[in-house]
Ligand binder design. Structure first.
Ligand code: NAD
Length: 515
């Protein structure tokens, strides 16, 4: 192992050995299929991680069920205190954990560290929430009666996550779900096993110190098979799934067929609209970050850009200048803005999307190639691309599919209504942004005739959300909400409890059933 990789791993107490156990349920184990962690920058194999066998999976689930029985008896503010300690432990490892995200996933270090910060932030939020997960008292129509709406823990929550946020997405789910009193089983992406092991070790140490069963935050490394088992398990009342639309569709149906609950956080195909009165000094860098940041591998990445005719040439000129000045390379090197795509397969997806654009007669303004210089040989580096497709046909795959790569498709509009209708014409509905200084355009954009996405920004790019608001998207993005807002309410079962304090037992609606 390179000294850089082993330095990062040892700072996180991960052994640089041939095979690392990838299953935790209070005890580390794993004798199932081997997962390979590959550095997308250098092609170096970082580790082999052993996933869960079916019997290890069953055992972990049993332990998580027991762990929930323990956790549900703990008062919510006491659970909050554990989250506070986890927050401290994460913050102490912010730097090496952020570096591991860069090393294994490929995003630049400042974004890797930012992801850990997001977990720290949501822990803070959940600590506060642990004293505020309130139910309600409802006025009863019957004398001497009262109605309570009571939140209680659900049980074991299954958290299945994608490769592109290998730390934060578990954080969003775990923090709220743990505060609510649930045990959690995590099935991370098979291509980022080290990030999930590092996070689980940090959490496990805090749990052990406090005498809490480790299976309240169990880790089940593995691929599709492990995912399918969790999704099908009647012991998991809530499955929170983050990933592609294709897999989300299968997961959603499977959980629905057993009447389980889901939170689905699926693909995005996000647009920015730039009006003639926009402040371009803000809009151009924001679109640049949205389209190129994380090498276009955020669910909120900007994939479509609608420019008003009057500012289009000026905007594209300024944007191209930023693309040309881009510092590409090792994501762990300070100053790099564009790292590699996560996998070799993703380079193929990028190349195919470019081929389709060329075939359709699109004008490629910049990019469109894999980097072939020697220094990028071993990594999955592709040129960020700006394309002007020939037609704006919402049914065309170029516009309607999420390509998880830095490709930005541009179209020109004359009226805001047209741009909004293009914005809304795709199956996905995650994030969108309008650049304007006109209050009337803002009003239209955020109202009933406006954007149909879950995140609707004004003078803020599509990408980069804070944890305080509910995060999620509509339509084929899955309608899920996580993180802030009322998202915590999904991690509990609600009971409507009518209590009679009187000496009579009247029926509701005045129904008379006297014999
Ligand atoms: P993916 O769908 O390939 O995998 C996601 C997870 O599902 C992985 O853990 C995978 O092992 C598991 N899985 C695969 N097949 C399964 C099955 N049949 N049953 C159960 N689990 C199964 O996604 P990915 O390539 O890792 O991530 C990229 C996608 O995730 C993009 O579409 C992106 O937009 C989306 N994403 C969405 C959000 C959001 O909040 N909306 C956030 C991050 C990523």
């Amino acid at each position: 192992l390179s000294s850089r990789a082993s330095g990062i791993l040892s700072a996180l107490d991960i052994p640089s050995s041939c095979e690392i156990p990838g299953v935790y349920d209070g005890r580390w184990k794993g004798s199932g299929e081997t997962l390979e962690s590959v550095c997308p920058t250098t092609g170096e194999v970082l580790a082999h991680v052993r996933s869960a066998t079916p019997s290890e999976l069953r055992e972990a689930l049993e332990k998580s069920k027991d762990a929930h029985l323990f956790l549900r008896k703990m008062p919510a503010p006491a659970r909050g205190e554990i989250l506070r300690q986890i927050r401290e432990a994460l913050a102490a490892k912010r730097d090496p954990l952020g570096a591991l995200v860069s090393l294994e996933m490929g995003k630049i270090k400042t974004e890797g560290v930012g992801e850990v910060q997001e977990f720290v932030d949501i822990c803070d939020y959940a600590v506060g929430l642990s004293r505020m997960m309130n139910g309600r008292v409802v006025a009863s129509e019957r004398p001497g009666h009262t109605i309570l709406e009571v939140p209680n823990p659900l049980g074991v929550v299954g958290i299945l996550t994608a490769f592109n946020f290998p730390v934060a997405v578990y954080g969003w789910n775990f923090s709220l779900s743990f505060a609510a009193g649930n045990a959690n089983v995590w099935k991370p992406s098979p291509s980022t096993p080290l990030c999930s092991i590092a996070v689980t070790k940090i959490i496990a140490q805090v749990l052990e110190k406090n005498g809490i069963p480790g299976a309240v935050s169990a880790l089940l490394s593995g691929g599709k098979n492990v995912g399918e088992t969790l999704v099908g398990s009647p012991d998991i009342p809530l499955v929170s799934f983050t990933g592609s639309e294709a897999v989300g569709r299968v997961v959603g149906k499977a959980v629905q067929s057993r009447f389980g609950k889901t939170i689905l956080e699926l693909g995005g195909n996000n647009a920015s609209i730039v009006m003639p009165d926009a402040d371009l000094s803000m809009a151009v860098p924001a679109v640049f970050f949205g389209a190129v940041g994380t090498a276009g591998q955020r669910c909120t990445s900007t994939r479509r850009l609608y420019l008003h005719r009057s500012i289009a040439p000026q905007f594209l000129d300024a944007l191209q200048k930023l693309y040309v000045s881009l510092r590409i390379g090792d994501p762990l090197v300070q100053g790099t803005l564009l790292g590699p795509l996560h996998t070799r397969a993703a380079v193929g997806v990028y190349a195919e999307a470019i081929r389709q654009l060329r075939e359709q007669g699109a004008h490629i303004l910049t990019g469109g190639q894999k980097y072939d210089q020697a220094e990028f040989d071993q990594g999955n580096f592709v040129q960020p691309t700006i394309a002007i497709p020939k037609h704006v046909d919402p049914a065309d795959a170029i516009w309607s599919t999420e390509t998880f790569a830095p490709i930005l498709n541009v179209a020109i509009f004359d009226e805001l209504e047209q741009a909004i209708s293009w914005n809304n014409s795709v199956p996905q509905g995650l994030s969108s942004s309008l650049w304007t200084q006109d209050l009337r355009s803002v009003g239209k954009w955020i109202g009933p005739e406006g954007s149909d996405t879950g995140i609707v920004n004004v003078n803020v790019g599509t990408s980069g959300a804070e944890i305080g608001a509910a995060f999620g998207g509509n339509k084929s993005t899955g309608w899920g909400r996580e993180s802030g807002g009322d998202a915590w309410k999904q991690y509990v079962r609600w009971s409507a409890c009518t209590i009679n304090f009187s000496d009579a037992a009247p029926l509701a609606q005045g129904v008379d059933f006297s014999a």
